[in-house]
Design a protein around this ligand. Structure first.
Ligand code: WQD
Length: 341
């Protein structure tokens, strides 16, 4: 059984990946500083797994603290999620984003070399593409100038990993470029925890539907798209999680590799389509107003996922409808649990 260090493993995508790792006989070890999650996720993991994975409340920028974890656990591989990820917030707090997202990766890479660990799965983002010139976007598309410090931190991290792999052939990495993760585990025992006003569309929709927010503002209705609203590629978080396990299995059969993979549905849905689908599948009212464009938004982006389909033997199994049902079930679970946003 292979032991996998999961940094950010108590977070949204990290916790769903911990479930999938256990389902495939890996042993996850969670490292998280709990800056963007809390113990409710640990309770959900315990209920789903029947046990509590090893957990270290450590900040990944803290070399000595993380070194102690590597020394104790001696992992066989690392999945590095730990990063700040709010596009809008990153514009307001660029130094926070650059120091945390880049320094944590440098510490992880340094320790992987010191402990002779070769396999790294890195949480990257479709934001590295900016506004692609060609759609669907594939991994060969040249990165465009990032439209936010968050996106640029991911571009810098990809370059750091690429250079590290070139200098240390033993290092093998899968760079997973997420499109728009949405939804929650169908059990509603884990999901995206709301801290403050949501930046992302789907948690804002569910909080509006349940009455926490008074209305949803659609940011921009004058884009060059069929209905005037932005288009994105929305992927169920459970499908995204399973891709990380597939990437680890893929790395087992590779040598000296550093490859990027798009992880999305492989199709685009507009903001209005997401709103209309949510209302339809959940039979829920949703007060919506049209507002101005949001700075930093790209007009439309969706993925060509053929490389991940073929090389990782991975494909999505859940629809937009299913993700929106699971997102709503999670929001209702939070309300029943008395969670304040
Ligand atoms: C989607 C669309 C908004 C809120 C996300 C993640 C980022 C990266 C890429 C992983 C946009 C519109 C939103 C609202 C709205 N993923 N919207 N009203 O900006 O594509 O970025 O995916 O790395 O980390 O943040 O996602 O959900 O913020 O916005 O109209 O109240 O919904 O303008 O067009 P985005 P998002």
């Amino acid at each position: 059984m292979k032991k996998v260090l999961v940094t950010g493993g108590a977070g949204y995508i990290g916790s769903h990946t911990v479930i999938e790792l256990c389902n495939d006989d890996f042993i996850p070890v969670i490292v998280d500083n709990f800056s963007n999650t809390d113990d409710r996720i640990l309770d959900g993991l315990h209920q789903l797994l029947g046990y509590s994975p090893e957990l270290y409340r450590v900040d990944c920028t803290d070399y000595n603290a993380l070194k102690a974890v590597f020394s104790t656990e001696r992992p066989d591989a690392v999945i590095h999620f730990a990063a700040f990820k709010a596009v809008g917030e990153s514009t307001a707090l660029p130094l926070k984003y650059y120091s945390n997202n880049i320094e944590s990766l440098l510490v992880v890479l340094r320790l992987m070399e010191e402990f002779n660990i070769s396999d790294l799965v890195f949480s990257s983002s479709c934001t590295v593409y900016g506004q692609p010139e060609k759609l669907p976007v594939d991994e060969s598309c040249p990165p465009q100038p990032a439209t936010s410090p968050y996106g640029y931190s991911k571009q810098v991290c990809e370059r750091i990993i690429t250079d590290a792999c070139a200098a240390r052939p033993a290092l093998k990495c899968a760079l997973l470029r997420y499109f728009n993760p949405i939804g929650a585990h169908p059990s509603a025992l884990i999901g995206e925890l709301p801290f403050g006003i949501p930046n992302n569309l789907v948690p804002y929709i569910t909080q509006t539907a349940i009455g926490i927010r008074s209305q949803l503002t659609i940011h921009g209705s004058d884009y060059q798209t069929p209905d005037g609203t932005c288009i994105r590629d929305y992927i169920h978080v459970c499908d995204l999680a399973s891709a990380h396990v597939k990437a680890l299995r893929w790395l087992e059969n590779q040598s000296a590799v550093c490859e990027a993979f798009n992880l999305g549905q492989g199709l685009g849905n507009s903001v209005k389509e997401v709103v209309d689908t949510f209302v339809r599948v959940n039979e829920s009212a949703l007060p919506v107003v049209m507002g101005p464009r949001r700075p930093g938004d790209v007009e439309q982006v969706w993925a060509d996922v053929s490389k991940a389909n073929e090389q990782l033997q991975w494909k999505t199994e859940r629809s937009l409808e299913q993700a929106l049902k699971d997102a709503w079930k999670w929001e209702k679970h939070l309300q029943q649990a008395g969670v304040k946003s």
